[in-house]
Design a binder for this molecule. Structure first.
Ligand SMILES: [Zn+2]
Ligand SMILES: [Zn+2]
Length: 185
């Protein structure tokens, strides 16, 4: 069980809630922002997250997607992220806490779980579908399509082909009117 740190309002000392998520900076295809808001006062905080590599591999940073050379052990030169132990767990273990993280507003953590699961097992269709749902949730439907196409080209299960095109109808819908997060499992 993971214990994520919910932001605390600097004035009220109470837990904030995730109020909105959208690509950030606006128009970004690689990063997104989560707005946390106090339920009592006007305090807000913006957390920036990254979706990571479209198709995780040992040669890409799991956080920002930049090439890391030959090993995932060294810290990423672009963002400082250090991947550890990704291969020691199966995909299911990495995915276990991912839905809870996403539902709690910790999308960056959820992307990390999904990418680590895919690094451990590129054939895990649940991990691809979870990550595709996350990309829709943070407002990146085109990135979702590119990821599914790259995944299929890179050896993902052919069953994933049926998912291509499903996200198109949600393109460019403002975050606050997008449908609520749906249960993945
Ligand atoms: Zn407050
Ligand atoms: Zn990086």
């Amino acid at each position: 069980m993971q214990h994520h740190k919910v932001p605390i309002c600097a004035h009220c000392r109470t837990a904030a809630v995730p109020a909105a998520v959208a690509p950030y900076p606006p128009g970004s295809q690689v990063s997104f922002g989560v707005v946390w808001r106090c339920t009592t006062c006007a305090w807000t905080r913006l957390d920036i997250g990254m979706v990571g590599p479209l198709v995780p591999s040992a040669e890409t940073c799991l956080n920002c997607g930049a090439p890391t050379g030959s090993t995932v052990e060294a810290a990423c030169a672009a963002c400082g992220w250090r991947t550890s132990g990704a291969e020691s767990l199966g995909a299911a273990a990495h995915l276990q806490d991912a839905p809870e993280a996403a539902e709690g507003g910790f999308y960056n953590r959820a992307f990390h779980y999904a990418n680590q699961a895919l690094l451990a097992d590129r054939a895990c269709i649940d991990a691809w579908r979870f990550k595709a749902a996350l990309l829709l949730k943070v407002g990146l439907p085109r990135v979702r399509e590119r990821m599914l196409a790259a995944a299929l080209a890179g050896g993902a299960p052919p069953g994933l082909r049926a998912d291509l095109g499903e996200g198109a109808v949600e393109e460019e819908v403002p975050a606050k009117v997008r449908r609520p997060w749906w249960k993945f499992w």
